[in-house]
Design a protein around this ligand. Structure first.
Ligand code: NAD
Ligand code: WQD
Length: 335
């Protein structure tokens, strides 16, 4: 039976993907150093999947340990989520980002090479496109990294291209995620980072409804968009998890390297997301308009046609379902 190594499998996207793989009876082993997740995540995944969770508290830069884990578990493919992901922090501390994201990935890829594992699914990001020249963005859009975080994703994509050039029996897919939000239907797991460095929109809305913040700071209402606020492609976390399952099936069958946008293709503004959350929660989210956040663009949404056609994947959940699941997660986890 095949076994998937999930690096960073206790993080936001990894934990949801793990529950989905379990639902599909896919065996997996998680490698995570718990740098951005709570220990209680292990029990939560166990509760949802009703299965023992096989995991190692291990840093992806610990190449020797990775080799041991791959051999012990007869790993056949890897989904690589483990990374640092704060854009702002990457600008302040670029070396740490290159060290963990790039060196960490090289360590993992070397462990795979040594053990003969050649199927690799990589968590890339819409951040690789920078300020888009056009929307919806397709995969041929020029890559214009605006920060070290995005640079790390492009460097890794290039390393993967070179590996495939050198060894044609590798099978690689790079999934460029847009803006994942929402939570598992149980409400048990959701976006629950250890560090407060990621001031993404949905977590910020949640801080307001939980009374941690008095208002949502809206970064600019003077963009050339219908309501003046920034437009993004929000995607339900379980749709994103499903994209990994479909991509795993794809790389299982075909050698090569492919890049896929994983988004809904629909642009939603800051005010539209805020409104949708208010409708679902029945609560008012006060706002304060402030100046544009540095590095933000007016609009960024995907053309997901390649993933629709080749992976046979498309997003199923709408904005209300994204908000409902986030709201359920907040209610189940607020003390
Ligand atoms: P996350 O921080 O919730 O999860 C990452 C997990 O990796 C955490 O559990 C953390 O403990 C672990 N980890 C970090 N460094 C590690 C190391 N050196 N060794 C072992 N484990 C380590 O992040 P996420 O939102 O689940 O993102 C997963 C991946 O998707 C990342 O590569 C991220 O860059 C990418 N991505 C995320 C988003 C997003 O908006 N969440 C968007 C695009 C791409
Ligand atoms: C969305 C919109 C903000 C917070 C980031 C990373 C990207 C990817 C996903 C990892 C923008 C506005 C936000 C707030 C606001 N992550 N906003 N008030 O910037 O599209 O993407 O997360 O790969 O790389 O850059 O997401 O959620 O931060 O912002 O008005 O308090 O919400 O200006 O228009 P972003 P976001």
């Amino acid at each position: 039976m095949s076994c998937i190594l999930i690096s960073g499998g206790f993080g936001y996207i990894g934990s949801h993907t793990a529950t989905l793989l379990s639902e599909k009876n896919q065996k997996y082993v998680i490698v995570d150093n718990f740098s951005n997740c709570k220990r209680e995540i292990v029990d939560k995944i166990r509760t949802i999947t009703k299965n023992k969770v096989c995991f190692y508290d291990c840093d992806i830069r610990d190449n020797k340990n990775l080799i041991k884990i791959i051999n012990e578990n007869k790993v056949t493919s890897v989904i690589h989520f483990a990374a640092l992901k704060s854009v702002s922090e990457s600008i302040v501390n670029p070396l740490e980002y290159y060290e963990v994201n790039v060196n960490g990935t090289i360590s993992l890829l070397k462990a795979m090479q040594l053990t003969g594992v050649k199927k690799f699914l990589f968590s890339s990001s819409a951040a690789v496109y920078g300020e888009p020249d056009f929307c919806p963005i397709d995969e041929s859009h020029i890559l214009k990294p605006l920060n070290p975080y995005a640079q790390t994703k492009i460097i890794i994509e290039n390393i993967l291209k070179d590996i495939y050039k050198a060894e044609k029996n590798w099978s690689v897919a790079c999934l460029r995620y847009f803006n994942p939000i929402g939570a598992h239907k149980s409400g048990l797991i959701g976006d629950d980072p250890l560090s407060g460095k990621n001031a993404n929109l949905m977590p910020e809305i949640i801080k307001v409804v939980r009374g941690i913040k008095d208002y949502l700071e809206v970064f600019g209402d003077d963009y050339p968009t219908p309501d003046g606020t920034g437009i993004r492609d929000y995607i339900h976390i379980m749709d994103l998890a499903e994209a990994h399952y479909k991509a795993l099936n794809f790389i299982d069958k075909k050698n090569g390297i492919n890049f896929f946008n994983i988004g809904t293709g629909k642009g939603v503004s800051v005010l539209e997301l805020k409104k949708a959350f208010e409708n679902v929660s029945g609560l008012n989210v006060p706002i304060k308009i402030s100046k544009r956040r540095e590095g933000d663009c007016a609009a960024c949404f995907a053309n997901p046609k390649k993933a629709n056609d080749i992976l046979k994947w498309s997003a199923k959940y709408d904005l209300n379902q994204m908000c409902e699941s986030s709201w359920k997660f907040v209610n189940r986890n607020s003390k």
